[in-house]
Write a new protein. Structure first.
Length: 101
């Protein structure tokens, strides 16, 4: 949570966490009886975040110790992206459109 710059919202709902960063809000649920994401390999849970300033965000979270799996790079589909994983194995890719002049 701290590595990615989120703060926990003061909402109390059993099995759920509500996190915010600027105008971005995410709700995370816990499924205690399911196989952990870290055991699912390439089929682990996945999220894609559209961010403004993907390189700056990358530098910020790397400095805080994020578990980055791929550095920022321009993709043929017109996005600049990088990937990371959470300590429990969830995969997240962050990207923004490549602005061409």
């Amino acid at each position: 949570m701290d590595v990615l710059g989120f703060s926990k919202d003061p909402i109390d709902a059993e099995g759920w966490s509500f996190l915010s960063r600027d105008r971005f809000r995410v709700m995370l649920g816990e499924c205690r009886d399911e196989k952990p994401a870290s055991e699912l390999g390439n089929h682990s849970y996945f999220a894609y975040w559209n961010v403004d300033g993907v390189d700056g965000f990358y530098q910020e979270i790397v400095a805080k110790g994020a578990l980055v799996t791929a550095a920022p790079s321009n993709k043929p589909w017109g996005l600049r992206e990088f990937s990371l994983r959470t300590p429990d194995g969830h995969r997240i890719t962050c990207g923004e459109p490549i602005h061409r002049s």
